[in-house]
Design a protein around this ligand. Structure first.
Ligand SMILES: [Zn+2]
Ligand SMILES: [Zn+2]
Length: 440
């Protein structure tokens, strides 16, 4: 086994095809089985008990010093973070991060290893659970990479920090691990690396976007207040439903009129609620928003706009000062933009090209969905982070979809379906080669 993995790592300078074939024969079937097991047994954010135990067990077997239950959330509850340390002489510390949580979605892929799991969410509701963001791929790739690097200790120097991160989907997992003194306890890394799968790239390919690659997300709660009364006598009150409707329309002008058109910004009202009965004007309407921005400056423009327009709508209705709306940023559900350190990205790209071939590494576009891996780089990008894209689409299905002008079902949908073998093989190869190249 060791020889096979060793050969696999050296494939950049040796007969690549033979080594890949040997690697796939020896390691891949076991990893694919692991993947299917994780996929069939997904766990929601904050509840990754079994997945984290599996990661901890695999890291121990591979020779790592493992600590589990690393992380503490804002409410004081403990997280299921896993840290595996492998010290191998003097040298840099490389943190390899993989996230482990799933989503409250009922799976509709029809796969033989599809999830039929339901579990209670934080609100106590029974929901279907699915690995619809491919964190099961990430977890499997993390295990494969950890094994490959443990087996090739003769080729690198330094410290490996393997991190199984909980609660990416609620963007409080990385923060919870830092709050539990991740770096004080296990050492501060010199670089953080990781990857995310996607079905807009064919399996076998890797992608990278230097600089700001994923938007920051700000969660905002807005309460528009009014004066309730009889639905047939609106003149006696101040209708917060009408004010909320005006507000929802007006805040789109933050995107189109307040921000530079060259700056990508999204303002979405994903949840709106007010009232109890059709003929009663309620006292208030609550809105939940997500804001996506690529810089602190953009974020400030949007948040300032949300506050000003809320006050403007209330003032136009003649509401008294005590009925002014409230606009609250929920920091525990917000995360900064993901920034790929440009110099480190160039290094990582060269390492991937050497291993996979230049035609298997592409520069990808920046996207609006957010990621909390950047939090591990600490404020002000103190530690360089490089987050890669892992192609997960069946190449034939992707080509057919493109020919028809369509897209394959993406992450966070019930039909999201990464193709396991080539995706896991490429992920392990890429992450191992990058870590190995940085640990010199
Ligand atoms: Zn996701
Ligand atoms: Zn994800």
């Amino acid at each position: 086994m060791k020889f096979v993995i060793l050969g696999f790592i050296l494939m950049a300078s040796t007969a690549m095809a033979q080594d890949v074939a040997a690697f796939e024969k020896a390691e891949l079937p076991g990893l694919v089985e692991t993947y299917k097991g994780i996929h069939a047994h997904p766990e929601l954010s904050h509840f990754e008990a079994n997945t984290s135990a599996l990661v901890a067990g695999e890291l121990r077997k591979a020779g790592y010093t493992v600590t589990d239950r690393v992380g503490v959330y804002e409410d004081g509850s403990k997280a299921y973070g896993v840290v595996g340390i492998l010290k191998n002489g003097a040298g840099p510390t490389v943190l390899v991060r993989g996230d482990m949580d799933a989503l409250p979605i009922v799976e509709e892929t029809g796969l033989s290893y599809a999830s039929h799991v339901t579990m209670k969410n934080k609100a106590g509701q029974e929901v279907g659970v699915m690995h619809a963001c491919g964190h099961d791929i990430h977890t499997t790739v993390l295990i494969g990479t950890a094994r490959a690097l443990a087996a090739t200790k003769g080729q690198w120097h330094g410290t490996l920090m393997i991190v199984g991160q909980p609660s990416e989907e609620t963007v409080d997992g990385a923060r919870a691990m830092l709050a539990d003194h991740l770096y004080e306890r296990f050492g501060k890394p010199d670089v953080v690396i990781g990857l995310h799968d996607g079905v807009n790239i064919a399996a076998g390919m890797m992608g990278l976007h230097p600089g700001a690659s994923q938007a920051g997300a700000s969660s905002v709660d807005v309460t528009i207040r009014g004066i309730g009364g009889h639905g047939a006598a609106p003149q006696a009150g101040r209708d917060p439903v009408v004010l909320a409707a005006m507000y929802v329309m007006q805040i789109q002008t933050i995107v189109s009129r307040e921000e530079n058109p060259q700056e990508p910004v999204v303002v979405t009202v994903g949840d709106i609620h007010g009232g109890t009965k059709r003929n009663i004007i309620p006292d208030e309407v609550k809105l939940e928003l997500t804001v996506r921005t690529f810089s602190e400056k953009s974020r400030k423009i949007v948040l300032d706009g949300l506050r000003q327009m809320a006050i403007g709508v209330a003032t136009s209705a003649g509401l008294p000062p005590e009925k002014m709306p409230t606009v609250t940023v929920v920091e525990s559900e917000s995360t900064p933009e993901m920034y790929n350190d440009p110099a480190m990205s160039a290094k990582v790209k060269a390492l991937m090209e050497k291993t996979l071939g230049a035609d298997h590494v592409m520069e990808t576009a920046a996207v609006m969905p957010s990621e909390d891996v950047g939090v591990l780089g600490l404020p002000g990008h103190q530690i360089p982070v490089v987050y890669m894209s892992l192609g997960a689409a069946d190449p034939a299905k992707l080509a057919a979809a493109r020919a028809a002008g369509k897209e394959l079902p993406g992450p966070h949908t019930s039909k999201f379906e990464p193709v396991p073998e080539p995706t896991i093989a490429t992920g392990v190869k890429a992450l191992t080669a990058v870590a190995l190249g940085l640990l010199q």
